[in-house]
Ligand binder design. Structure first.
Ligand SMILES: *[C@@H]1O[C@H](CO)[C@@H](O)[C@H](O)[C@H]1NC(C)=O
Ligand SMILES: *[C@@H]1O[C@H](CO)[C@@H](O)[C@H](O)[C@H]1NC(C)=O
Ligand SMILES: *[C@@H]1O[C@H](CO)[C@@H](O)[C@H](O)[C@H]1NC(C)=O
Ligand SMILES: *[C@@H]1O[C@H](CO)[C@@H](O)[C@H](O)[C@H]1NC(C)=O
Length: 422
């Protein structure tokens, strides 16, 4: 991993290495041989206004050569109770795969030094470098968004023949949690508005953006103003206890065998300013963007990226990570056909999972397998739409899994068979 930049990097550079230690709980089996375990991550300490950006290495993960069917996350307190978003806002969580040199494992664990012995393994596309390298990953909308893959489809992990000799496969969480208790402006704080933070005086003199250049004074908010340990300004005199939060995550999986159909995992960013040099697409994912308030009209704000896809396939599952204010996000084929639209669900209550005014879920596409085909080389368009209101750190990150058409031969893919299986 290069030393400049990027989302995972932002947290890595802070180097709070926390190896998760908590135990897993139940192992459930069902009649489809799906196993399921709920895990707890290492605890992360927060206090009123505090921002926690952490990389939790070597998280609990089911062992062996398996196919992941779902991966769902929520935030819990010391007693295992769900924490509502208006107290601790889960800005994002990303699960990233890496491999670790086995002879260095003990050293890495002791020293927390990851300069050598670790290699990150990206998803199948489409961002450049170290941006958005994750597989599963959402934010506050997690609880209301299903990651379940239907039928025989699964994401293959832990295949010993694909892991470099002398290495072992591991997973990390890259997370951002914002404790908004007592803050002056809760919503602005969840959008990482710079002027709401207690920033160091020389912040704009020393902070570099995704491309390694100094942040512009015009940078009003986003990931760079939400760095680990910074604090959103509190209401006068507000005092509150610190608390230790963790991610409670449930993974469902099957043992890998010939009945499983592997999927490729794509993360597409509507802020990808992709260009082509003639032969190769060059991605320039921005990960987040600012939405200016347009006073001339009330039309929602639209952000679009045209993303060439080298290897197509059958679209199996789609959803998106967005922030509050989202109207919808749509993936279009090159001919303009709609491949998948994900719509927001906003909370209307008080309880965790239904917090009033917060984005609490994104709908999921599960088209009938074989019905939606993306061709090799097709240029897809991702279009994310937000309300016409000033907003910083907006994200339009869609997640798709598809079955590579080339695997058709290997897996004797048969559309009729799948319709029958489902
Ligand atoms: C793993 O680390 C050891 C100790 O640094 C080194 O000698 C070895 O070459 C590494 N193995 C691989 C496969 O890179
Ligand atoms: C930041 O840089 C400006 C010039 O670009 C300088 O005037 C100012 O003193 C610097 N601030 C700090 C806190 O270093
Ligand atoms: C385009 O970029 C690719 C990958 O960097 C490179 O291999 C290729 O030579 C470039 N083509 C042109 C026409 O510059
Ligand atoms: C997404 O929202 C826009 C703006 O409200 C609307 O015009 C459009 O029809 C929606 N797209 C889909 C596919 O539902």
């Amino acid at each position: 991993m290069a030393t400049t930049s990027k989302v995972v990097m932002i947290s890595l550079s802070i180097m709070m290495m926390l190896f998760s230690t908590t135990l897993s709980v139940v192992l459930e089996f069902d009649e489809n041989h799906i196993k399921s375990t709920t895990f707890f991550s290492e605890k992360v300490e927060v206090g009123p206004g505090k921002i926690a950006v952490k990389t939790l290495f070597d998280i609990h993960f089911p062992k062996g050569h398996i196919g992941i069917k779902s991966f769902d996350v929520e935030v819990v307190d010391e007693d295992g109770n769900f924490v509502p978003l208006y107290e601790a806002y889960l800005h994002h969580w990303f699960a990233v795969k890496y491999i670790e040199n086995i002879t260095m494992s003990e050293y890495i664990k002791q020293s927390h030094d990851i300069r050598n012995g670790i290699e990150y393994e990206r998803n199948d596309g489409a961002c450049q470098g170290f941006l958005l390298p994750h597989y599963w990953g959402l934010g506050g909308e997690s609880q209301g968004t299903s990651s379940n893959l239907p039928g025989p489809f699964a994401v293959e992990v832990g295949n010993p023949t694909k892991i470099k000799h002398g290495f072992t496969e591991k997973w990390l969480f890259s997370i951002m949690l914002i404790d908004t208790r007592g803050t002056h402006d809760r919503k602005g704080c969840t959008e990482c508005r710079c002027k709401l933070m207690n920033l160091p005086k020389d912040f704009y003199n020393v902070t570099t953006n995704i491309n390694g250049q100094l942040l512009s004074k015009n940078y009003k908010g986003g990931l760079f103003c939400c760095q680990d340990n910074l604090q959103c300004k509190l209401r006068n005199g507000f005092k509150g206890p610190t608390r230790k939060l963790s991610l409670k995550y449930k993974i469902r999986w099957v043992d890998w065998d010939e009945h499983q159909v592997p999927l490729k995992f794509y993360i597409l960013d509507s802020a990808d300013r992709v260009i082509s040099n003639g032969s190769t697409p060059i991605h320039d994912c921005q990960v987040e963007y600012k939405i200016p308030r347009n006073h001339d009209n009330d039309f929602p704000h639209v952000k679009k990226a045209n993303i060439p896809i080298t290897k197509g396939g059958y679209l199996i599952h789609g959803t998106a990570h967005m922030h509050t204010g989202v109207v919808n996000i749509t993936l279009y084929g090159q001919d303009g056909r709609v491949l998948c639209t994900s719509n927001p669900k906003y909370g209307i209550g008080k309880e965790a999972g239904n917090e009033n005014g917060y984005l609490v879920g994104m709908s999921v596409c599960n088209p009938k397998p074989g019905s939606i085909i993306i061709k090799d080389g097709e240029i897809l368009t991702v279009e994310s739409i937000y309300e016409n209101k000033f907003r910083t750190g907006a994200m339009g990150i869609s997640t798709f899994t598809w079955q590579n058409i080339y695997q058709k031969k290997i897996w004797k893919f048969d559309v009729k068979l799948f319709s029958y299986l489902l």
